[in-house]
Design a protein around this ligand. Sequence first.
Ligand SMILES: Cc1cc2nc3c(=O)[nH]c(=O)nc-3n(C[C@H](O)[C@H](O)[C@H](O)COP(=O)(O)OP(=O)(O)OC[C@H]3O[C@@H](n4cnc5c(N)ncnc54)[C@H](O)[C@@H]3O)c2cc1C
Length: 386
Amino acid sequence: MQRIIVIGAGSGGVMAANRMRRALGPDEAGITVLERSDHHIYQPGFVPLLFDLEKPENLVRPTRDLFLNGIDLISDEATLISPKDNKVTTAQGGDLFYDYLVIATGAQLYLDEPAGMREGLEKAERVFTFYTLDGALKLRDALGRLDGGTIVSSAAEMPIKCLAAPVKFILLAESVMRMKGKRDNYKFILTVPTLSVPPNIEPYASALEAILKSRGIEVMLDFTPATVDSENGTLEDFKGNRVNFDLLAIIPPHEGQDLLQNSPEVGDPVGWVPCDKNKLLHTKVDNIYVIGDAGAFPSGKTASGAREQAKVLAQRMREHIKGREPEAIYDGHTVCPIYTRHGRAMFAEFDYDRSISPAKESYIKWLIHIHVLRRLYWNFMLKGLM
Ligand SMILES: Cc1cc2nc3c(=O)[nH]c(=O)nc-3n(C[C@H](O)[C@H](O)[C@H](O)COP(=O)(O)OP(=O)(O)OC[C@H]3O[C@@H](n4cnc5c(N)ncnc54)[C@H](O)[C@@H]3O)c2cc1C
């Protein structure tokens, strides 16, 4: 019997473990998941939460409830991966040995840059991030208290999870203030470090740029924040461009987990896992797979991408264990739902080679995004049923 260890029980790890359990009999593979957190969070719900379109209790479930029978969950933190010994060291329980390792540890936020951001977030008076549940709740309350001024949405650096999230936020904020009859009290600004509007893929980038323009939202491209001054409400980039704000929603830079920064044979210096973008295999170690945000995939960091990767991974693992050459490949398929206003959404759907869905806003897509996706996630996607 082969021993498979999955590190991380976020979107990718849970989907992968459950899919592998369905694909492999208990006598073929033992599947162990190592996770440091006792709860799992549905992060795509953070944006609707900001505008009271979602409730926090719908976004969190105990990790132990997410797995099929026949999967062992160990509540511990992985601290080191030693690929030569096929070994994972944990913070409390000692060493674990594997035949195949799946890294699904996601991304972490780097709070030391831009300068002043961490202090601003800690004060939580004018500077917020909706990239954690706690941060999203604070921003929701601040938006409720605000009565006019300049709202700035800023992505500090790329890559980030859900590339289009800063655009979703500013479009929805503008739309909600318009619905409240307070649009004229506000100025809205989006800053991104890229040369086009995220998700930086056509036709979606141009379509979103046109929507932002039509709604009077100022867009500052190629803006990489260097400093956040929460006292005076200013955000300045490395070229000296300055934006004033009353409320700043900033997306901090992302990096891979400490585990991977501390395991140099597995992670790169920023903690991303170098991998074959189609086979999901580590570029240097042939029994280590990576899925989800932890991987250096060019397709971006989304739960929808992790779901497709989990399907491919389970098929490949079955082939390995049955002694056959795996053929399943990940083509980069990703769906990124983008709220464009209250009552409208667009799906940016693409793979490594092409854009798939039209850049069209629709009410149906809004309904799917707000009312259907979360239910599908908990009841079907995580279980590996779709
Ligand atoms: C605001 C926001 C909006 C988003 N919107 C969308 C969207 O609309 N559509 C979409 O598809 N995606 C969206 N995403 C992205 C999506 O949530 C992530 O891409 C997805 O969760 C990635 O899954 P993952 O398993 O790679 O990482 P995660 O779900 O983050 O899970 C990683 C897990 O690994 C665990 N872990 C890490 N290190 C260790 C360790 N050393 N030992 C043990 N356990 C460890 C963590 O505790 C965590 O449970 C959004 C994200 C955010 C923040």
